[in-house]
Design a protein around this ligand. Sequence first.
Ligand SMILES: *[C@@H]1O[C@H](CO)[C@@H](O)[C@H](O)[C@H]1NC(C)=O
Ligand SMILES: *[C@@H]1O[C@H](CO)[C@@H](O)[C@H](O)[C@H]1NC(C)=O
Length: 250
Amino acid sequence: MKNYSADHPGSYSCQAWSSLWGPNLVHVLACSALVLVFIMAAMTSTMVQASDPDQLQDFCVADLSPTNPVIVNGFPCKPSANVTSKDFLFTGLSTPATVPTTGIKATATFATVFEYPALNTLGISHARLDFGPGGVIPPHTHPLASETLYVLEGTIYTGFVSYEGVLYAETLKVGDLYVFPKGTIHFQINVGTTHAASLNALTSQDPGLLFVANHLLASNIPDAVLETSLGINATALKYLQASVPPLEGF
Ligand SMILES: *[C@@H]1O[C@H](CO)[C@@H](O)[C@H](O)[C@H]1NC(C)=O
Ligand SMILES: *[C@@H]1O[C@H](CO)[C@@H](O)[C@H](O)[C@H]1NC(C)=O
């Protein structure tokens, strides 16, 4: 029988049982059960870690420019003696953003840990979306957060594509909420004739943002890979790459 103790420190006690009972069937069964327990424990701890970790104190206002930065999962805390009530206030979403009149005709204003350091370790952030008539936030995903969208103004058609490839979408009016589960591709379009806006909440201090078309076409992935993946030739790929509107402000 394979000597598990040599390869797997976690099954060390199998060796002790082995010397006590000898390498019989009981030993084999006991070791198998022990290995199974370790596998189940490992799976359970992965499930517990599936979202931003819980904070270890009431707050940890991010110090975005420590003099001697250390790499941590988040940011180091400002000394609490330096923290004031103003740290917890963010006024950057209070007014409509200027929306470009060409391209996607929409913009997003973020309140993530980078703009709002008080969010550090708290597992939440916000964004305000502003749209001109016909404005679109192109299909994108946040790898680290689920998101809700609350309509402040106008009429917005929005939806997400599930992991199974099913589109769930609705036309929303002022006061309506929609939710985009973590990691799903979603989009918004202003289907009204006036300005539209929404306030969005996300379950991470830094949700991540991947625009499907831009990340694919403006990446450094070799042309041969993109041509085969999209089923197009070099001319068509160049055309697509030149067509994708720039995402100013994202
Ligand atoms: C905290 O306040 C002290 C005294 O005003 C200042 O010297 C120090 O740079 C501040 N530290 C941070 C991280 O803001
Ligand atoms: C590339 O693909 C386009 C679209 O299918 C086609 O019109 C064009 O003739 C192709 N060009 C070459 C050089 O094969």
